[in-house]
Structure formats: structure tokens, C-alpha cells
Design a protein around this ligand. Structure first.
Ligand code: 13P
Ligand code: SF4
Length: 298
């Protein structure tokens, strides 16, 4: 069976399989670790494995490589990319920085190494609030997710400029989706990822990262939840809470790139050691500084 072949190869090659919560359930089930962006980057930073197979999108595998340069980091599907990460380029950011030298650049982990290399610090949705608050008295540029930036700007009245990037899944959520779902499920709590627009976040009972949502629902005495994030999260939610009820906030909450990975791809990645992530050393060392600062501050 493919699953057994993957586990055998993984052992032979001293590899570890990391999977994001948005991966298909069969990928999550063969992974050694399933988590959010922050947890997975922490694991990548300290693993003893020689090979890291990253089931996610390419900026995640690239982050693992930046943190663990001596490891071979593999992305099973070469084309798996986050559209949001492509919305900011090193060229455009350099231009902005030249015109605004007084702004600290706080960079969402959904970005590429050359952009991280130009940033003061990285954040994920789990630690953005804490890290941004450490810069609260300074002028900030938050890249590339406008929604998370606008949410924190609104919450704490900070001097933040936001880059016009967004996640095509979360940015599509609408207040009317919540109103409709609340009418149908009046006892459910609404849990939303902060990549959603501000007018949607204002209607949430809880705002948090994927890990935050899983923890909140698992620790809550409530039994019913409306979930405003990518559908892959339903797998860990249901696994950890078989007696609770979860409704997805709207249709179409499926990230095309996250869903590209198949078990066959994981097997081939391990067998052929493809597709290896390479980051030029001069960029890696600079990008490492912004990730290291994040890990120290979170
Ligand atoms: P987190 O895993 O940090 O919640 O991020 C969600 C996401 O959109 C990853 O692509
Ligand atoms: Fe990018 Fe959104 Fe897909 Fe995450 S869910 S990889 S932020 S497009």
C-alpha cells in the first residue's frame, strides 16, 4: 500500500513529513507533524531528520530551508504556490523602502525569501499581534496581507500602512455569509482566520490562526461552530472533537494550491528526492535574521 511504502521510505531516508492543516486529510494522516505556519517552522528549525518533506505551498518549504539550511527540504508538488506570497516582490518592496525609510517592515510568513530578506521581522497569524505590538510606537509597513494588517491597525490604532495583498480564499468571505449561517445555526460560535476582511472579522466570536481555531474549538464548552477558514481544518477539528458540530462558513473555501498534494507525490518526493528547495546563501542569511527575530519574539 502507498501509505506503507511512504512510511518505509521515510524511515530508510531519515525523513520527516510536515503537513499544513489545509492539506487533504490523507496527507495530514501520514504526516509526522500537522500544524500551522508557526508550529511547522519551529519543527523545521529543530528537527534531527536529514530530509524534510513539506506538504504545503512553496513559501512554507522555503521557510523550512531558511531555518534548516543543512537539511534537504522537498516540496512534493513543484507548482504548489501561495498566490498571496506572489503579491509582493523584492523589487517593489525596495522601491517602497527607498521612499519610506522610516517604516519598519513587518512581513507575513506568506512571502518569499528575497522579500523576507528585506524585512525587519517576520510574523505568522499566530504571533502577528504580539510582534506588531512590540513595534506599536513605530511607523510600520505590513506586507503582504492587507486584511491582517488592517485588523490590527483597527484594533490598536497603530500607524500601519498595509500592502494591497490578500488570500483569495479568506478575502472572499462576506458579512452576509455570517448572517445567513447564524440564522441557520443560532447556537454556533463563529471562528474566523484574520486573513478575512475587517467587516467579516467584526462579526466573529473568535479571531485566530488555524492552530488558534483548533485550540479554541477543542477547549470550548460550546458544541457548535461556524468556521471561517480553509476547509482542510475540518479534519483536525473533527478528529479532536468527534462530538462537536462544525459548519464551514461558505462554499468554495478550498485552496487550489494546498490541495495539489497527493499521496503519490509524497511517495515520489521521497523516492526521487524531489523537488528540492534551494535558496541562495546571501538571501538566506538575511531572511534568516527576520525569521530568527520572529522565533525569539513569539
Ligand atoms: P496559519 O497556518 O498561520 O494560520 O496560516 C494560514 C495560511 O493561510 C497558510 O497559507
Ligand atoms: Fe495562500 Fe490563502 Fe492558499 Fe494560504 S489559503 S496558501 S494564504 S492562498
Amino acid at each position: 500500500m502507498l501509505k506503507d511504502d511512504i512510511l518505509k521510505l521515510k524511515k530508510e531516508k531519515n525523513a520527516v513529513i510536515l503537513a499544513h492543516y489545509y492539506q487533504d486529510s490523507d496527507i495530514q494522516d501520514i504526516a509526522d507533524y500537522v500544524g500551522d505556519s508557526l508550529e511547522l517552522s519551529k519543527i523545521a528549525a529543530k528537527t534531527d531528520a536529514e530530509i524534510i518533506v513539506f506538504c504545503g505551498v512553496n513559501f512554507m518549504a522555503e521557510t523550512a530551508k531558511i531555518l534548516s539550511p543543512t537539511k534537504k527540504v522537498l516540496l512534493p508538488v513543484k507548482e504548489a504556490k501561495c498566490p498571496m506570497a506572489m503579491m509582493v516582490t523584492a523589487e517593489k518592496l525596495t522601491e517602497y523602502k527607498n521612499n519610506n525609510p522610516d517604516r519598519k517592515v513587518i512581513c507575513y510568513v506568506n512571502s518569499y525569501a528575497d522579500v523576507k530578506a528585506l524585512s525587519d521581522v517576520c510574523v505568522t497569524s499566530s504571533n502577528a499581534e504580539k510582534i506588531i505590538m512590540a513595534y506599536k510606537d513605530q511607523k510600520i509597513l505590513y506586507i503582504p496581507d492587507k486584511n491582517l494588517g488592517l485588523y490590527l491597525k483597527d484594533k490598536y490604532h497603530l500607524d500601519i500602512e498595509v500592502w494591497p495583498g490578500f488570500c483569495c480564499i479568506h478575502n472572499n468571505l462576506k458579512p452576509k455569509d455570517i448572517i445567513k449561517m447564524k440564522e441557520a445555526h443560532p447556537n454556533a460560535l463563529v471562528l474566523i482566520h484574520p486573513e478575512a476582511p475587517l467587516e467579516v472579522l467584526r462579526l466573529a466570536d473568535y479571531i485566530g490562526s488555524t492552530k488558534g481555531i483548533v485550540e479554541y474549538a477543542s477547549n470550548s464548552t460550546h458544541h457548535e461552530f461556524i468556521i471561517g477558514t480553509e476547509e482542510g481544518i475540518l479534519h483536525p477539528l473533527k478528529k479532536r472533537n468527534p462530538d462537536k458540530i462544525f459548519h464551514l462558513l461558505s462554499q468554495g473555501l478550498s485552496c487550489f494550491d494546498m490541495k495539489l498534494t497527493r499521496l503519490e507525490d509524497v511517495y515520489t518526493a521521497l523516492r526521487d528526492e524531489t523537488y528540492e528547495i534551494i535558496v541562495p546563501e546571501d538571501i538566506r542569511t538575511k531572511a534568516y535574521e527576520s525569521l530568527k527575530r520572529m522565533l525569539e519574539m513569539s
